[in-house]
Design a protein around this ligand. Structure first.
Ligand code: GDP
Length: 526
């Protein structure tokens, strides 16, 4: 198959939802339909394995947080689907943000009884920044849900996106009959008790059948007809271009637990969601179907396999093709590397990868040389943009219990900061190590992992830093002058970049006014 057609059949997406809306269940059923697993239930049991083998993850799990981003690839119809899992907890939003830079579309899962929830609103904001096309799925139709019309109203008003219902539910809860596909004028019938396996879905033309009326009752049937008419009238006509620019979202109904409506999501995804998009670099725009390989790292994850204590860098392929054993240029280091042990991910398992195309996610073994945002190419100097590190808002001084272990501590902090959830800062004025994070929980995770993985015991102390800014200036003389003046407040971050540790917002503002030629940036972007 040609490079072009391989790329054209790729669909790379992530699920965005509020905790408990059904993301995990949905993921599992998508894998079932993609035949990546044979029976639902396998993904959960794998979660339990991890629980047993990895302590720090179990700590996360006790708190009900999933921080194991997995990447899953499976075929569906004539397409190759890449599903990227996003961590659920708000503390890891930076990670989620970067994961969303690696997808071409997103599936929004909404709990039909609860409607639009807070976390979904935040994730939609992120998607909107990049005009990511969104497919919506209203879940839990096997329970009593809210009036579908008011749900769509809420999505439109709160999330500022036009809804186009593709299907419309007939009954809910005990009386959930199935969904009526509006454009096909066909009803698909829900069968209870097939949540874990694939069964053929019965369908009939139209919706008006005596047994349907009987199952939901005459009154509910009339209500269904009325709401269907309103749904058709009140919403815009389907326009693929509006979907591709993030202005319209197709809405589908179903139940992830009951394994109903999942294939309809996959049908919409494969039919309408975009193939791999082009990506901007500092140098030029990279087209997805260029011959030559390129990609960027959006995530680094440790302990994928606790037996090996290894760290995997996840790379989104942005153009061309990866082939086992190929040479790549690690652009930041200006070094050529031969990659023969890249990984692909199937339902949480990993496998040696033979080839991959634009749109795919590949895993690289990271021995400490790869950082988030790094670009890899077939020789050209390209630096992909839009993969930021955000300035942390919380800071602690790291206090070591055993002073002889400062080497291990430094190494541990450095490596953990490469994963991107925390950042480490080394002030110029002393030998302190300052840890920055966006959520308090991360400090605990770091302390726990330092002990487990680096055998270093440490505690944290408060420190008077309000925020950090990465500083930069093209005028060397002006920069030197600033560096002298601000010496006590300057530090180097884990990536070797100069940062200003501001003791207060007011101080930062004053410095910005006093040194207008210096750029103070709140994100560090590659
Ligand atoms: P996540 O936090 O978004 O990953 O949500 P989960 O997939 O873990 O689901 C949260 C809870 O909702 C679990 O108890 C699921 O069994 C349940 N759930 C998920 N989908 C459905 C559904 O379609 N119907 C019903 N009744 N429950 C569901």
């Amino acid at each position: 198959m040609s490079l072009h057609s391989e790329i054209a059949k790729r669909r790379t997406f992530a699920i965005i939802s509020h905790p408990d809306a059904g993301k995990t269940t949905m993921t599992e059923k998508l894998l079932l339909w993609g035949q990546a697993i044979q029976r639902a239930g396998e993904v959960k049991s794998r979660k339990t394995d991890k629980h047993a083998t990895s302590d720090w993850m179990s700590m996360e799990q006790e708190r009900g947080i999933s921080i194991t981003t997995s990447v899953m690839q499976f075929p569906y119809a004539d397409n190759m689907v890449n599903l990227l899992d996003t961590p659920g907890h708000a503390d890891f939003s930076e990670d989620t943000y970067r994961t969303l830079t690696a997808v071409d579309s997103a599936l929004m899962v909404i709990d039909g009884a609860k409607g639009v929830e807070e976390r979904t609103i935040k994730l939609m904001e992120v998607c909107r920044m990049r005009d990511t096309p969104i497919i919506s799925f209203v879940n839990k139709l096997d329970r009593e849900i809210r009036d579908p019309l008011s749900l769509l109203d809420e999505i439109e008003n709160v999330l500022k996106i036009q809804c186009v219902p593709m299907t419309w539910p007939i009954g809910t809860g005990q009386h959930f009959v199935g969904v009526y596909n509006i454009s096909e004028d066909k009803t698909y019938f829900y069968q209870k008790g097939h949540g874990t396996e694939i069964v053929e879905i019965e369908s009939r033309d139209g919706y008006d059948y005596p047994d349907v009326r009987e199952r939901i009752g005459e009154i509910a049937f009339r209500e269904f007809e009325e709401s269907l008419e309103l749904a058709k009238m009140a919403h815009e006509d389907w326009d693929v271009d509006e979907f591709l620019t993030g202005k319209q979202t197709p809405v589908l109904f179903g139940t992830a637990l009951g394994n109903f409506g999942i294939n309809m999501v996959l049908d919409v995804l494969t039919q309408y969601a975009p193939a791999p998009k082009d990506h901007d670099t500092v140098e030029r725009t990279v087209k997805a179907d260029e011959e030559k390989f390129s990609g960027f790292v959006f995530k680094i994850q440790a302990n994928m396999d606790p037996k090996h204590r290894d760290r995997i860098a996840f790379m989104r392929v942005c153009s061309g093709k990866y082939e086992k054993g190929m040479k790549m240029k690690h652009v930041r280091l200006g070094k050529e590397v031969r990659i023969s042990d890249a990984l692909t991910f199937l339902a949480g398992d990993r496998e040696a990868l033979e080839e991959a195309y634009s749109g795919d996610i590949i895993g690289l073994h990271n021995h400490g040389t790869i950082q988030i945002g790094d670009s890899f190419t077939e020789g050209e100097t390209l630096n992909f943009t839009g993969i930021p590190h955000f300035a942390p808002e919380l800071f602690r001084r790291v206090v070591l219990k055993d002073p002889l272990k400062s080497k291990q501590l430094q190494k541990g902090l450095q490596q953990l900061s490469e994963e991107g959830a925390t950042q480490v800062f080394m002030p110029q004025i002393n030998n302190d190590l300052i840890l920055g994070a966006v959520g308090v929980l991360q400090f605990e995770v770091v302390a726990h992992r330092l002990l487990e993985e680096y055998k270093v015991q440490c505690t944290f102390e408060p420190v008077s830093i309000a925020t950090v800014r990465w500083v930069h200036c093209d005028d060397k003389v002006a920069f030197e002058k600033f560096k002298k003046k601000a010496h006590d407040q300057l530090s180097v971050d884990g990536g070797g970049y100069l940062t200003y540790l501001a003791p207060s917002r007011v101080n930062l503002k004053l410095m910005q006014e006093r040194y207008p030629e210096i750029t103070f940036s709140a994100t560090r972007e590659h």
